[in-house]
Design a protein around this ligand. Structure first.
Ligand code: TYM
Length: 334
């Protein structure tokens, strides 16, 4: 049997090149070798305040971007988290096997909570819903960026705990699929290279979204911060800004970091940034063109309806099995 892959993306902002290089590009690669499930995790987005109309529109847009980036709905299953209620149900069951101490250790929770005046309990239990997403599908592999590593470890710990308790494999223990930083695992903010490029960033200048028009991309790259000196070489510690731009250059061009360093020896930042901007524009051009084609009403909705049909029976099977194990009374049909 082909291995099974699951991953999710929140419709909490416009997807960035960080999402693309850290995750979506690998989704496209994996669809040819695995049975893939790619989910627009709209319930996760609710952990922080969302404008309902924007959430609605972004849910459709993320699904469109999945396809525009090259995910083929005939090969991979694309669906919306809230269309399969088993995700919420499983999340509750797993919350009852997860410790508060484990959730308190989640660095993403600590970072996000520190920035807010009020923190919902959903933000706190968010990683359990993510574990539910993954474990429902008996997932072998989860392609994500580096920022999701700790959440994935929790999903593994929960799976192992449940399996040990019942002394049988209720859940497959999933493996992470995370690219190294120099291969897109963590693309940094253009205005602050010590911070991850995030779709919910306050300042749009630091992020490049997949739908930014060419001139906006050029402008953002032109105004990206650089490091002292004018040499171009990869040194994450001492030249975090240029290193990040080099990684983006490398991912768009297919050239290695060493090749880029040699090509720009003695050239300076200005020309490098100009060339980088054109590379990013050309990388996003076909994605943007396909996105437009997918905007006809009904097209993506149909993909999502088919996706739900394929995802739900698998999720239900795992949920039912776990419910029985826990002693939840099944409904008597007669
Ligand atoms: P989200 O929506 O924040 O991001 C979607 C994917 O993009 C990756 N990513 C990045 N990769 C490299 N550089 C960056 N700057 C960057 N920013 C984001 C993320 O690692 C992710 O792979 N909790 C998840 C969504 C989720 C999920 C799941 C993922 C819910 N359930 C089950 C996998 C499996 C999240 O917030 O991703």
């Amino acid at each position: 049997m082909a291995k099974r892959v699951f991953s999710g993306v929140q419709p909490s902002g416009s997807l960035t090149i960080g999402n693309y290089f850290g995750a979506l590009r690998n989704f496209v690669r994996l669809q040819d070798e695995a049975e893939c499930f790619f989910c627009v995790v709209n319930l996760h987005a609710l952990t922080v305040p969302q404008d309902p109309q924007e959430l609605y529109q972004r849910t459709l847009d993320v699904a469109r971007l999945f396809v525009a980036c090259g995910i083929d709905p005939n090969k991979a299953t694309i669906f919306v988290q809230s269309h399969v209620p088993a995700h919420s149900e499983m999340s509750w069951l797993l919350e009852c096997t997860t410790y508060v101490g484990e959730l308190r250790r989640m660095t993403q929770y600590k970072d996000k909570a520190a920035k807010r005046e009020v923190v919902t309990s959903g933000l706190f239990t968010y990683p359990v819903l993510m574990a539910a997403d993954i474990l429902l599908y008996q997932t072998d592999e989860v392609p994500v960026g580096e920022d999701q590593k700790q959440h994935l470890e929790l999903a593994r710990d929960i799976a192992i705990r449940v399996n040990n308790r019942f002394d049988e494999q209720i859940f497959k223990v999933p493996e992470p699929y995370i690219p190294p930083k120099a291969a897109g695992g963590r693309i940094m903010n253009l205005q602050n290279p010590l911070e991850k490029m995030s779709k919910s960033a306050e300042n749009p200048k630091g992020i490049i979204t997949l739908l930014d028009p060419p001139d906006v991309i050029r402008q953002k790259i032109r105004s990206a911060v650089t490091d002292s000196g004018r040499e171009i070489y990869y040194d994450e510690e001492n030249k975090p800004a240029i290193s990040n731009l080099m990684v983006i250059y490398s991912l768009c061009s297919g050239k290695s970091l060493d090749e880029i360093r040699d090509e720009y020896a003695g050239v300076g930042y200005g020309q490098f940034k100009k060339d980088l901007a054109e590379l990013v524009v050309e990388t996003l051009r076909p994605i943007q063109a396909r996105f437009e084609e997918l905007s006809r009403p009904g097209v993506i909705e149909e993909v999502l309806a088919q996706g739900k049909k394929k995802a739900e029976p698998i999720a239900q099977e795992t949920l039912k099995r776990f419910q029985r194990k826990l002693g939840l009374l099944p409904l008597c049909d007669s």
